[in-house]
Design a binder for this molecule. Structure first.
Ligand SMILES: NC(=O)c1ccc[n+]([C@@H]2O[C@H](COP(=O)([O-])OP(=O)(O)OC[C@H]3O[C@@H](n4cnc5c(N)ncnc54)[C@H](OP(=O)(O)O)[C@@H]3O)[C@@H](O)[C@H]2O)c1
Length: 482
């Protein structure tokens, strides 16, 4: 995972006028450029239906970069970067619709000595992914090219399988990059380093020591005007099926044979295969769904909507390492706080030497490792210590690692920067393989096919608390109001 500079190439962005391109992709490319992580020569070609000139495209994107880039916009750097940008208007229908793009790319490739190295980034509605692949194949642009697919990859297991089939008609699996931007986070990648780069944590990372694991991605904001999108998606498809199950696979996978893309993806797939399937008729005992009060009044939301803005679920993993340890995954909007946290709760010591002082031990679990994977991220451990003084009184103590205390964080890459750079380098480690994405849908299928009804919860709370308490018992949530 050391930083290398990719070879000269062209990046084609389908959906160049869209929200994702403006808020994430162009700022990420600009920041890679500023950090000298882009090749000596490269071209970024924007493509969508809206008619505009390349100058207008550059102007439009300068405003986006100024607004959304984490380093802001330096006019001199932008001026140098913008020379690499141009724009072509066009669609994906009918057959031959991308012929002018193919011709344009020939010229661009010759100018930058790209030797046909091209990356096609699909930042368009997912229904267009197969059409794009077909058109690229017709023009021969699949030869030596890479295709980056945004989420969601499919809508359920059947559609994900069908999309994989359609893509494989044109591209080999090693040309396909399915993005999950959570995996681009420094803090998520650090889970592997924390586990496998140290000898003090891995020996206790199993059922003998861990009694439960909680993975939370909570947002304090609501749906922010994206009613139509959210109604069609819901929290399970938006966050749990992809991001949280991915994080769970990193927390639970076995040690890979090497840090190569396939060895890591093999181990992730292996542990996902061990996730116990939920019985379609028993989903309600493993899942709580909620909807914040006021959601149905948002624009684009049905007055009787059953779309969950919150879900919590319990998974079991039938593996030697994790047998019997419950994994609680939850995500929600309009929550009490915006937090992204993995908590490993450890078993009680076999003998309480300090029983006489139990009333002084804080309520809840005594030993925890808490990985906060919201940027900039931290890892802390909770344990008991003797409070200073004449009496043997125990108090809760913690040790904490924070990125900014140990490292210069100026060089850290934002998720999309990391993933775009890796795709340009041809490194698939952080991208999801076909079998992985299908397994993620398979695990989630019962939650989508036979879900329990949504329960209302107060905005600014931790969700529908009584049901959550029952789901998690005899444990309790690390983050909650109780
Ligand atoms: N926005 C985010 O934060 C975000 C986060 C994660 C994933 N994603 C995913 O990223 C993709 C794009 O999302 P978005 O929010 O950027 O959507 P968007 O704002 O609606 O943009 C869609 C883009 O696709 C182009 N487009 C639409 N229909 C087209 C067609 N028939 N032919 C050619 N171009 C077409 C549009 O431009 P024209 O109308 O000019 O053609 C526009 O540039 C989606 O798959 C979404 O799920 C987005």
């Amino acid at each position: 995972m050391t930083l290398k500079v990719p070879e000269n190439q062209t990046i084609v962005i389908f959906g160049a006028t869209g929200d994702l391109t403006g808020r994430k992709l162009l700022p990420a490319l600009y920041n890679l450029f500023v950090q000298s992580l882009l090749p000596q020569d490269f071209a970024v070609v924007g493509y969508s239906r809206t008619e505009m000139t390349s100058d207008e495209f550059r102007e439009h994107q300068a405003a986006n970069v100024a607004k959304y880039s984490r380093t802001g916009l330096d006019p001199e750097a932008w001026e140098r970067f913008a020379r690499h940008l141009d724009y072509l208007a066009g669609g994906f229908e009918p057959e031959g619709a991308m012929h002018h793009l193919a011709q344009h790319l020939e010229e661009v490739d010759a100018a930058i000595h790209g030797r046909g190295r091209r990356m096609f980034y699909c930042a368009v509605p997912p229904s267009l992914f197969p059409k794009i692949a077909t058109r690229l194949g017709e023009e021969g642009l699949n030869q030596g090219g890479r295709i980056v697919m945004e989420k969601p990859f499919g809508f359920d297991l059947a559609s994900a399988k069908e999309l994989n089939r359609q893509l494989h008609e044109v591209f080999d699996e090693n040309q396909i990059y399915r993005i999950d931007h959570y995996l681009g986070k420094e803090t998520v990648q650090n889970i592997l380093v924390f586990r496998f780069g140290n000898s003090i944590f891995e020996p206790i990372w199993n059922r003998n020591h861990v009694d439960c694991v909680e993975i939370t991605a909570a947002e304090s904001i609501g749906i922010e005007g994206r009613g139509a999108f959210y109604e069609a998606t819901g929290v399970v498809r938006d966050i749990i099926q992809n991001h949280l199950l991915q994080v769970m696979s990193l927390v639970t996978m076995e040690v890979p044979a090497s840090f190569s893309a396939d060895d890591i993806r093999d181990e992730k797939s292996q542990v996902l295969r061990s996730v116990r399937s939920l019985d379609l008729n028993d989903v309600a005992n493993h899942c709580v769904r909620g909807q914040y009060r006021g959601y149905r009044d948002e624009e684009g939301v049905a007055p009787d909507s059953q779309t969950p803005t919150y879900a919590a679920m319990r998974f079991m993993i039938d593996s030697w390492r994790w047998q019997g340890v419950p994994f609680f995954l939850r995500s929600g909007k309009s929550m009490a706080a915006g937090r992204q946290v993995v908590t490993l709760g450890f078993r009680e010591p076999p003998l309480r030497m300090f029983r006489a002082h139990k009333q002084d031990i804080p309520a809840g679990r005594v030993n925890e490792i808490v990985i906060d994977f919201a940027d900039p991220g931290s890892i802390s451990t909770q344990f008991l210590a003797k409070e200073p003084g004449a009496e043997m009184i125990l108090g809760a103590a913690s040790m904490q690692f924070r990125y900014q205390d140990s490292f210069c964080t100026a060089n850290s890459l934002e998720g999309y920067e990391r993933l775009i750079l890796d795709a340009m380098l041809g490194d698939q480690t952080l991208f999801t393989r076909a079998d992985g994405v299908e397994r993620l849908w398979e695990i989630s299928a019962p939650l989508l096919e036979n879900p329990p009804p949504v329960e209302p919860y107060a905005p600014g709370s931790w969700g529908p608390e009584p049901s959550l308490g029952r789901l998690v018992a005899p444990f309790h949530w690390h983050l909650s109001s109780t």
